[in-house]
Design a protein around this ligand. Sequence first.
Ligand SMILES: Cc1cc2nc3c(=O)[nH]c(=O)nc-3n(C[C@H](O)[C@H](O)[C@H](O)COP(=O)(O)O)c2cc1C
Length: 320
Amino acid sequence: MNDLFNLNRKIVLSAPMAGYTNDIYRRFARRFGADLVFTEMISADGLVYSTERTLELMKFSDEEKPIGIQFFTADPDIMYKAALMIRDSGFSVLDLNFGCPVRKVTKRGAGSSLLKSSELAIEIVSAAMESNIPVSVKVRCGFNSCDEWGETLELLEKLENLGVSFITIHPRSARQMFSGKSDWSLIADAVNKLHIPIIGSGDLFSIDDVVKMVETANVAGVSIARGGIANFEIFTQVRAFFENKAIPKFDFYNRVETMREFIAEEFESYGEDIASKWCRKFLVKLTKNIPDASSFRRRLSYIRTLDDVNSFLDDILSRV
Ligand SMILES: Cc1cc2nc3c(=O)[nH]c(=O)nc-3n(C[C@H](O)[C@H](O)[C@H](O)COP(=O)(O)O)c2cc1C
């Protein structure tokens, strides 16, 4: 893991995204240039009690490596047990989710709730370190508002002293969910005050956004989330930028053809029932800004087979 920060360049991460970043997504993100990919957030409690869904979320192949696992929990004992369980699983980093704003998670005291309980957060990080795998943390700027940034920064300073490898910051408050804009000046503040690598997250939809974030905050790397959905090409562009190479251009046709391949792999691995529903949230992204978008969106709920997907994509291409 530490090798990634010794490359003498910035790095591009594929962010954890529940419901999106499964094994196939991660394989594509790696193939297109992501330096490190993440599982979606996984319940440490679910792992300790071995629920089938949790074990399913943890599956990965060599092509995805290096890969990080992201956990959420509010219980240091559970974290300790989960950390021991994944010790030899091949993950390069164990990331802790202190940013999830979803009520199902925060009402249990996990995710962004931990920004309000720094002592417990520290206990959880210490327990995670028992894995002997590098530990990282992902946070928002605060729970109620970014005015709480001072307290969040104090927590981050303590986590740095504990030996956390890097920190990813999505500078919106948990209450904000995804509204407003992320405040990159807070990422810049963390870069100035902390010594470990800081990864920037929030509103990175294009290579231009990444260039601006680097200018604003001089981050050690960026974490691409929504900007990577139906747009794996962004990983190639960011990687080229970080390697000081010419940034390749991709057009809509390229994106559609990548999606064709990606969805075909999903059908092959997961079968029609699962893949036909799963692929709709990717296909809907391709309908943005195309003529007659609403009729394409209506069509999505009728997709059942890979042939349906292919004719949908052919029709989209014939409209642009
Ligand atoms: C559908 C969705 C699922 C997400 N799931 C997770 C998650 O499991 N763990 C996590 O730390 N962040 C999660 N996030 C937050 C992203 O990793 C990222 O920090 C956030 O979307 C801001 O980046 P963006 O504006 O570039 O999308 C999720 C975001 C979205 C949109």
